[in-house]
Design a binder for this molecule. Structure first.
Ligand code: PLP
Length: 402
């Protein structure tokens, strides 16, 4: 216990605890008590890290790569990231425009720390990945949530976006494919957003973490293709966590204007020093070795996604946008809000997720965690058998609501 007179920092106190924690804590308790919980809350691929990548990590340890590395990461990895960007997107970057960090999340944290002054506003389209608003707040900034519409496939409405712009707007975060919706911004809407960003001089932060896990033909549209003039005010965030099932290795990166990367390196030099050396060598093997793993992931996810979306659409009152990427579905369950079970009223996504957990023994993440209370997030990074049993249980539980 902290002494009574001791006060924690205000910036910590203003960050809200994640609404997912309550569901997770309950899921764990139920499992510990022997309940058969089907878990749809996982945010990582259910395949193992490719064997050659694991071998490269082990080899790095055996070869003595167990010491500090340069703050921004080993040069071989930064060069491999540049080569990948050149090959996949046609973009030219130098190694000193790259910072390797401890996961994509850490990279985004460094970006916000490097650019935000108190009161600076960051436009965050909702549904958003849970960590953006608290990361902005921890850097002293103000998250400005821009709601996207389900009927618009969660794409931008540039006129609606304009209503959220103020003289304090400093940056915008784009996540496409999105966690939690799986939606992808269209080329045209990105071009409209790009024009606003260019005219106002915002920093554009693109979180491309799910770019390899796509179900559309051709490339995911990107704002730098929609408007190449944005290059000097765009920072790309990415990593190997999802595309190579490497969540535990903690390697991500940011690529952008050299002044920004230098500022982020200053922050990294005073915080983590560098990402773990063996993990950097493993990530290097992932980027430079055989590239069939992301395709394998997509092939694994395609039938699960189809089953999920088709089955959800048979449940009365439920609507669900077909995800174009990532491994989540984000159905709208608001038709069930206001109903009750044994006197317990379902007044929103937290109550519904709690009900599904206690009655159907299915763990999900309430949409409130993503700034969209009408929805519930399901991850399909789990087996087809679990998905089939889970959907049956959910249908029964929803039908029991009055
Ligand atoms: N961005 C998005 C949209 C994510 O969903 C995640 C992880 O869930 C991350 C970034 C961070 O990934 P990591 O820090 O594990 O590399």
């Amino acid at each position: 216990m902290l002494p009574e007179k001791f006060a924690l920092a205000e910036r910590v106190l203003q960050v809200a605890p994640s609404p997912t924690l309550a569901v997770n804590a309950k899921a764990k308790a139920l499992r510990a008590a022997g309940a058969d919980i089907l878990n749809f809350s996982v945010g990582e691929p259910d395949l193992s890290t490719p064997a050659h990548v694991c071998e490269a990590g082990k080899k790095a340890i055996d070869e003595g790569h167990t010491r500090y590395t340069p703050v921004a990461g080993i040069i071989e990895l930064r060069e491999a990231i540049c080569a990948k960007l050149k090959q996949d997107q046609g973009w030219e970057y130098e190694a000193d425009q790259v910072q390797v960090c401890c996961g994509g999340k850490h990279g985004l944290y460094n970006i916000f720390q490097a650019v935000l002054n108190p009161g600076d506003e960051v436009l965050i389209p909702a549904p958003y990945w849970v960590s953006y608003p608290p990361m902005v707040q921890l850097a002293g900034g103000t998250p400005v949530i821009v709601p996207l519409k389900e009927e618009n496939d969660f794409d931008f409405d540039p006129e609606a976006l304009a209503q959220y712009v103020t003289p304090k707007t400093k940056a915008i975060v784009l996540n496409s494919p999105s966690n939690p919706t799986g939606s992808v911004f269209s080329h045209d809407s990105l071009a409209a957003v790009a024009k606003m960003a260019y005219d106002h001089g915002w920093l554009v932060i693109t979180d491309d973490m799910y770019e390899e896990i796509s179900y559309i033909d051709g490339k995911i549209p990107h704002i730098l293709h929609a408007d190449p003039r944005l290059r000097d005010q765009t920072v790309l965030s990415n990593g190997v966590s999802k595309s190579f099932a490497m969540t535990g290795w903690r390697i991500g990166w940011s690529v952008g204007p050299i002044e920004l990367i230098k500022a982020m390196n200053k922050i990294q030099s005073q915080s983590t020093s560098n990402p773990a050396a063996p993990s950097q060598y493993a990530a290097l093997a992932a980027l430079t070795g055989p590239q069939d793993f992301p395709r394998q992931l997509r092939e694994t996810f395609v039938p699960r996604r189809a089953y999920f979306v088709e089955t959800l659409q048979t449940i009365p009152g439920v609507t669900c946008v077909n995800p174009k990427g990532a491994f989540y579905v984000f159905p709208n369950f608001s038709a069930y809000y206001g109903k009750s079970f044994n006197g317990r009223i379902i007044d929103g996504s937290v109550a519904l997720a709690d009900y599904l957990l206690s009655e159907a023994k299915v763990a999900t993440v309430p949409g409130a965690a993503f700034g969209a209370d009408a929805f519930i997030r399901f991850s399909f990074a789990t087996s087809m058998d679990v998905i089939k049993r889970g959907m049956e249980r959910i249908s029964v539980a929803l039908a029991a609501l009055r």
